[in-house]
Ligand binder design. Structure first.
Ligand SMILES: [Zn+2]
Length: 443
């Protein structure tokens, strides 16, 4: 007991002796104003408050327009010059000391799903504005320009980030959004110009890096008591229509050994999907999310079942490996039960989008320098960052979602966690501005 006490005294003395030396060697980096940031989050949540305590601020709605006006004012207060591009992206910019350097870009979104929460997207936009404001107040002038992008319609068409990278698909403007407006009319409602979309596109050399702070939307960080997720990438998604062909027949008169029951085969298939995804090493996920048996009567053996199969992973080859194993199992089930199974892929074009290795390291180092624990992890949800990987070295910072809940009014991230994420973002910006990405960021 006494020895332990003495050791504690000794280590405390060592810390006391060390601290002033470290402090005098280098002034501490500025930290975000946590109270102000969380007050801004609370204020933004009043635009589109729903009865359950979250927000319904779908893109292009009156609440979205009002929320964006509030964000515009915050950007101006932080010393940013604000513009809206043709895709409706709200962009705040702070010039750097060296006008020849490309911009360090931060961003996320303030639109929500219907009956959404107060953190998805908002933490990233308001966290980035807080970073700009702190730098402004601390008199830190970056070498690079700093841009903050509030992307248009992340929860729907993702038109904002797609326009910036020049990947708009035909028909996107005609899609009907959650607001009831077409994307075309919606983009106009938020100040964009759908006829001039190509002008929103940015060139690769214009961006030094893109970094997005976001809530995890899963429970990994909270369950493992980790402060910061260093995102390795946004997973790719592949989807198939699955059809099992059986034979519909009388459920009373057909003996069990003479049946070609499509639903029994489909049940085997669902279990096989789960087994394959669970057994193979890795973090891949595979899901049967829709199932329909026909003709769908209690007294008829199902003659046909249609299902969906979805596979997600960060690695294209792994997704193929999972699919190959599932297809092989499907073949065995089809043969054993004499019920052919067709698998037809629905082309989605959602490839895995890995983040930039050097940006991951910078984020991890930033977390460590703040005394925060961190963990490398994939993002299973879509983000604007997945498009930005085509344009710039990209990184994402995750903070814990309590209970892993999101896209729900119950979505919650603790105020300290929000501040932790913003502080990691701040240090990440400073490191990139200081040249941590190497000479490639100098154009
Ligand atoms: Zn989001």
């Amino acid at each position: 007991m006494r020895a332990h006490y003495l050791r504690m005294l000794a280590s405390t003395a060592a810390i006391l002796l060390t601290l002033p030396i470290v402090a005098s060697a280098k002034p501490p980096a500025p930290a975000v104003n946590a109270d102000r940031l969380n007050a801004h989050l609370a204020a933004l949540s009043r635009f589109g408050t729903n009865p359950e305590g979250g927000v319904s601020r779908v893109a292009y709605s009156d609440f979205d327009v009002a929320g964006r006006a509030y964000v515009t004012q915050l950007m101006k207060d932080a010393g940013l010059t604000v513009r809206v591009d043709a895709a409706g992206n709200l962009i705040g910019r702070l010039e750097g000391r060296n006008p020849k350097l490309p911009a360090i870009v931060l961003g996320s979104h303030t639109d929500s799903v219907p009956s959404g929460g107060n953190y998805d997207g908002d933490v990233g936009v308001l966290g980035a504005i807080e970073v700009a404001q702190r730098l402004h107040e601390a008199g830190v002038a970056l070498r690079h320009p700093l841009e903050i992008v509030n992307f248009t319609d992340e929860e729907g068409s993702m038109i904002g980030s797609l326009a910036i990278v020049g990947h708009i698909k035909p028909g996107t403007l005609d899609q009907v959004s959650h607001s009831g407006k077409t994307v075309r009319d919606g983009v106009r409602a938020v100040g964009g110009d759908p006829e001039q979309l190509p002008t929103a596109q940015r060139r690769a050399g214009e961006l030094a890096a893109y970094v997005e702070l976001h809530i995890e939307q899963g429970a990994i960080l909270e369950e493992s008591k980790i402060d910061i997720g260093v995102v390795e990438g946004i997973v790719g998604i592949r989807r198939w229509d699955v059809t099992v062909h059986g034979f519909a027949n009388h459920a009373g008169t057909t003996p069990m050994n003479r049946r070609h029951d499509a639903l029994v085969s489909a049940s085997d298939f669902v279990l096989a999907v789960s087994r394959v995804a669970t057994t193979l090493p890795g973090r891949q996920v595979a899901t049967v999310g829709v199932i329909k048996a026909e003709p769908g009567a209690p007294n008829v053996i199902p003659g046909k079942v249609t299902m969906t199969l979805e596979i997600r992973d960060l690695d294209e080859a792994k997704m193929q490996q999972v699919f190959d194993a599932i297809r092989s199992k499907a073949g065995e089930i089809a043969t054993a039960r004499e019920t052919p199974i067709d698998l037809v892929e629905i082309p989605l074009g959602i490839e895995p989008a890995p983040t930039h290795e050097a940006v991951r390291q910078i984020v991890a180092t930033a977390a460590k320098s703040l005394g925060l624990s961190s963990k490398f992890m994939p993002s299973g949800a879509a983000h604007d960052a997945q498009h930005m990987t085509y344009l710039a070295p990209t990184g994402m910072i995750f903070v814990p979602s309590i209970g892993g809940i999101s896209h729900s009014p119950k979505e919650y991230t603790a105020p300290e966690a929000v501040a932790n994420g913003a502080n990691v973002l701040l240090r990440t910006v400073l490191a990139i501005d200081g040249g941590a990405l190497g000479p490639a960021d100098v154009h």
